[in-house]
Every structure is written in structure tokens, then in C-alpha cells.
Design a protein. Structure first.
Length: 339
């Protein structure tokens, strides 16, 4: 039996032809059969091998694809690390920069001139125009922005001193405290294993923030704030007028002080000159006693002496002619030396 099997295999080999030498490259081919993948290495090799087939991806449903396309784009949140500016309720409006003032002033003109131009192109055009603007013209917008900023700082300081600001600050603080209390209550509930409905901290979320009474009071505070702002403007105008009057009075006072100092110096010079004349008269009239009394002058009695001498001469001028001549000589000498 073994010999017959060997002979039959040899005859089959002769019928297939001469055997190829060297390595042969097997080229497998594939096809699917039901839920299996059929792998046949070569047509000469017997028996295909079956493998479980991998399910091909089904084409997307057109309705699902349409819903996916029409799905709105998810909004992005606030950029990380950038703080939001706190908006003060009923507070003064924050000022804008000089560049923004220029944009607001020129945007409508550009839009009227180019109605079909999109908003980004208008902004780009205005930015180029701002960069080419003359420094003097650009400074005008910057000065207006600076004045608006100073006015905003004044109004902000006045608003921070008002009752409306204090009430809003108290409300914000109360909300913060309630939020912290509710968060701590929720944490205690989670730690203690209680249900969220039994926690008292969640009751604060049911309280309305703005009631009708609060809004009415807020309107009244806002009207009061407007009235105070008008009063503040009127007081500032009066203060400016009074300041101008004060400056004029200060300049007048300085001028009068200068004139007073000049007069004081003149008075001092005249007093010194008068003292020198009195001393000269006292020394010169010491040799001329009053007729009938023999009185001579001193610094303290010079005025009384001159009155006595004048009376004696008036009573009898003819008798005192020599005395009159002497008095004239003395007065001429004193005048030439001290006047």
C-alpha cells in the first residue's frame, strides 16, 4: 500500500509538470462569505481558511449628518486669566480712550461713504487713518479723553460716597456671604449623607434679588444722585468764580503791601530827616533866648520855644528887627544843610 501511494503521487507530480526551483511568491486573495472572511493563499493550495469578517462602517444617516451640520457652534467662555470689569449699578459711565472717540466719530462717515464695506474693513481703514493722523489732531482726541477721564474720576468718587453705592455694596456682600453659606451647607450635606432638599442653604436661591421696593428705592437714589451732580456742577462753577475773585484780591493785596512797604520806608526817612532838623534848630537857637523870659530851646521843648518866640516877635516886630534877621539866617543855614 505504501508503494502504490508513492507511485500515485509521483504520477500526479509528472502530470503537473516540472517543479519550479527557488522560492515562489504566494499571492493570497480575499473575498467575503456571509459573516466570514475567506483567505485563499494560492490556487494550488488546497482549502480556503475562514476568519470572522470585520464589519464595514455603515454610511452616515443623511438626517443625522444634516443635524450635525446645523448644530450651533459652542460659545467660548471668558479668556482664562482675564478679569471682567465690575459694572457699578447706576454708577458713572466709564470713559473711552482717544482712539475709541476717533472711531465713534468717523465710523458713521465711513459707513455712509462706503455702505457695502464690512465692519472689520471699516475698523482696519480707521486704524490706518488714526496711525497717519497729525499729532496735533490726534492730541485733540486724547485731551478730550483725558478731560472725560478726570470728570469720571470725580463722579466716581462722589458716587462711592453716596448711599446708593453703599447699599449696592452691602447687597453684593450679603450675596457673597449667602453663597459661601450655601456652599458650606452643601458640603456639610454631602459629608453627612443628607439629601440636598433638606439643606437650608438652598432656600437662599429662591429669594428674589430685585424686589419692587428695592427698584423704587433705587430709582429714588438715582434721582437724588442726579440732583447732587447738578448741585456739584453749580458749586464747582461758583467755586471757579470765587477762585478768580480770590486771585484778583491776592494780587491787589500784594500790590498794596508793596506800596505800604514803600510808604514805610519814606516815613522812616522823613522821621530821620525831621529829627536831624530838630537837632539843628535846637543847637542854632540855643544862643537866642525868648525876649522877656530868657528861655532857650531843648529837643523836648523846641515846639514850645518856637511858639513863645513867634508870639514875642508878633507883639512888637519893630523892636525885634535884629532878632528877626538872626532867625532868618539860622533858618536859611538849616535849610541848606538838612533840606
Amino acid at each position: 500500500m505504501g508503494a502504490s501511494w508513492w507511485l500515485s503521487s509521483k504520477s500526479a507530480a509528472r502530470a503537473r509538470g516540472p517543479e519550479r526551483r527557488g522560492p515562489t511568491k504566494r499571492r493570497p486573495y480575499f473575498h467575503t462569505s456571509g459573516s466570514h472572511l475567506v483567505v485563499r493563499p494560492h490556487p494550488s493550495l488546497p482549502g480556503p481558511r475562514l476568519f470572522p469578517s470585520v464589519p464595514s462602517p455603515s454610511p452616515p444617516d443623511p438626517s443625522q449628518q444634516r443635524d450635525w451640520v446645523l448644530q450651533p457652534v459652542k460659545k467660548r467662555g471668558w479668556p482664562k486669566g482675564k478679569k471682567r470689569k465690575k459694572i457699578l449699578p447706576n454708577g458713572p459711565k466709564a470713559p473711552v480712550t482717544g482712539y475709541v472717540r476717533f472711531l465713534n466719530e468717523r465710523r458713521e462717515q465711513i459707513r455712509t461713504r462706503h455702505p457695502d464695506l464690512p465692519f472689520p474693513e471699516i475698523t482696519k481703514m480707521l486704524g490706518a487713518e488714526w496711525s497717519k493722523l497729525q499729532p496735533a489732531e490726534k492730541q485733540r482726541y486724547l485731551d478730550e479723553a483725558e478731560r472725560e477721564k478726570q470728570q469720571y474720576m470725580k463722579e466716581l468718587r462722589a458716587y462711592q460716597q453716596s448711599e446708593a453705592y453703599k447699599m449696592c455694596a452691602e447687597k453684593i456682600q450679603e450675596k457673597k456671604i449667602k453663597k459661601e453659606d450655601s456652599s458650606s451647607g452643601l458640603m456639610n450635606t454631602l459629608l453627612n449623607g443628607h439629601k440636598g432638599g433638606d439643606c437650608d442653604g438652598f432656600s437662599t436661591f429662591d429669594v428674589p434679588i430685585f424686589t419692587e421696593e428695592f427698584l423704587d428705592q433705587n430709582k429714588a437714589r438715582e434721582a437724588e444722585l442726579r440732583r447732587l451732580r447738578k448741585m456739584n456742577v453749580a458749586f464747582e462753577e461758583q467755586n471757579a468764580v470765587l477762585q478768580r475773585h480770590t486771585q484778583s484780591m491776592s494780587s491787589a493785596r500784594e500790590r498794596l503791601e508793596q506800596e505800604l512797604a514803600l510808604e514805610e520806608r519814606r516815613t522812616l526817612a522823613l522821621q530821620q530827616q525831621l529829627q536831624a532838623v530838630r537837632q539843628a534848630l535846637t543847637a542854632s537857637f540855643a544862643s537866642l533866648p525868648v525876649p522877656g523870659t530868657g528861655e532857650t530851646p531843648t529837643l523836648s521843648t523846641l515846639d514850645f520855644y518856637m511858639a513863645r518866640l513867634h508870639g514875642a516877635i508878633e507883639r512888637d516886630p519893630a523892636q525885634h528887627e535884629k532878632l528877626i534877621v538872626r532867625i532868618k539866617e539860622i533858618l536859611a543855614q538849616v535849610a541848606s544843610e538838612h533840606l
